[in-house]
Ligand binder design. Structure first.
Ligand code: NAI
Length: 263
C-alpha cells in the first residue's frame, strides 16, 4: 500500500511505538492523526511529530466511532489505520481481578475490535484501498508467565488480523492487513497504569529488573520504519526481533509432538 498522500490514524500515538509509527508515516508523506487517551502527552507528541492529535479512549466504542466520524468530516477519509494503543502490566492469572481483566482486554483486544468496526467501512469505501496495522506482541506467539491477560488479548489480535487479512483479500477490496509482533522496545509501557482510573492488582512490568538482561532493546523509531516498510510491501507479519524465533518454535514443537507428527 502506498503511504504518500494518505490519511493515517495511529492509536496510542502519543508515546512509544505509536509515536514511532506516526513519525515514519509522516516522513513518507502521510497526513497523520494520533489518537490517545493521555491528553497532555497527545498535545506534546502531535506538535513534535507534526500530526493532528485527537483524544480518544480506544476501549470506548462511542469514542472510537466519534474519532472515525471526525476524521472523515475533517480529512475526507482514512487510508491507513494503526490499532496500536495497548497496556502491559503483569500479574499471575490467579491474582487478577475481573476488573483487571476487563481493563487490559478492554484496551488491548476491544480497542482493536472497536477500531476495525468503526474504520473498516471507510477503508473499504476507498477506490485505492488501504491498510490496517494491528499491534500484537511476541506474547501472542509465545505466552509467558505473569503476562497471561496480556497474552490472551494479543493472541486475539493475532487471530483477528490473520482472519481479516484473508477475508479482505478474498473480497478484493484492496485493503491489506499487517500485524506487528514486537519484542522488547524502549517505551513507557512499564508505566501503563498511568492512564488507569482505578489501580487494580497488577504490577508494572519492569524487564530491566526482571532479569531479562539478554534483551536487545529496539527503538520506537526503528520499529516505525519497519512498519512503514511492511505497509509499502504488503507484508502480513512485522517482526522486530528475529532472534526470538526459538521461543515460538519451542511452543510449536510441543504442539507438533502432541499431534503425533515426528520432527
Ligand atoms: P507506551 O506506553 O509508550 O504507549 C502506549 C500509548 O497508548 C500511550 O500513549 C498511552 O497513553 C496510549 N493508551 C493507553 N491506553 C489507551 C486507551 N484506552 N486509548 C487510547 N490510547 C491509550 O507503550 P508502547 O510500548 O509504545 O505500546 C504500544 C503497543 O505496543 C501496545 O499495544 C503494546 O502492547 C505493544 N507492545 C510493546 C512492546 C514493548 O516492548 N514496548 C512489546 C510488544 C508489544
Amino acid at each position: 500500500t502506498s503511504i504518500g498522500g494518505r490519511v493515517a490514524v495511529v492509536t496510542g500515538g502519543a508515546s512509544g511505538i505509536g509515536r514511532g509509527i506516526a513519525q515514519a508515516l509522516i516522513q513518507r508523506g502521510a497526513q497523520v492523526v494520533i489518537a490517545d487517551i493521555d491528553s497532555a502527552a497527545l498535545g506534546r507528541a502531535a506538535e513534535e511529530v507534526g500530526a493532528i492529535g485527537i483524544r480518544c479512549d480506544v476501549a470506548d466504542e462511542a469514542d472510537v466511532r466519534a474519532l472515525a466520524e471526525r476524521v472523515l468530516a475533517e480529512l475526507g477519509g482514512v487510508g491507513i489505520l494503526v490499532n496500536n494503543a495497548g497496556v502491559g502490566p503483569a500479574a499471575p492469572i490467579a491474582e487478577m481481578s475481573i476488573r483487571d481483566w476487563e481493563w487490559i482486554l478492554g484496551i488491548n483486544l476491544w480497542g482493536v475490535i472497536n477500531g476495525i468496526s468503526a474504520f473498516l467501512p471507510l477503508l473499504r469505501a476507498n477506490p485505492d484501498g488501504g491498510h490496517i496495522v494491528n499491534t500484537a506482541s511476541m506474547a501472542a506467539l509465545a505466552p509467558t508467565r505473569g503476562l497471561g491477560a496480556y497474552a490472551v488479548g494479543k493472541a486475539g489480535v493475532m487471530a483477528l488480523s490473520e482472519v481479516l487479512a484473508d477475508e479482505l483479500a478474498d473480497e478484493g477490496s484492496g485493503v491489506a492487513v499487517s500485524v506487528l509482533v514486537p519484542g522488547p522496545v524502549r517505551t513507557a509501557i512499564r508505566e501503563s497504569q498511568r492512564s488507569r482510573p482505578d489501580r487494580g492488582r497488577l504490577v508494572d512490568l519492569d524487564l530491566d529488573r526482571a532479569g531479562f538482561d539478554w534483551v536487545r532493546w529496539e527503538t520506537p523509531e526503528a520499529v516505525g520504519a519497519l512498519v512503514a516498510d511492511a505497509v509499502e510491501r504488503n507484508e502480513r507479519y512485522i517482526i522486530t526481533h528475529p532472534e526470538l524465533w526459538h521461543r515460538v518454535e519451542a511452543r510449536n514443537l510441543a504442539i507438533r509432538a502432541a499431534f503425533g507428527v515426528n520432527p
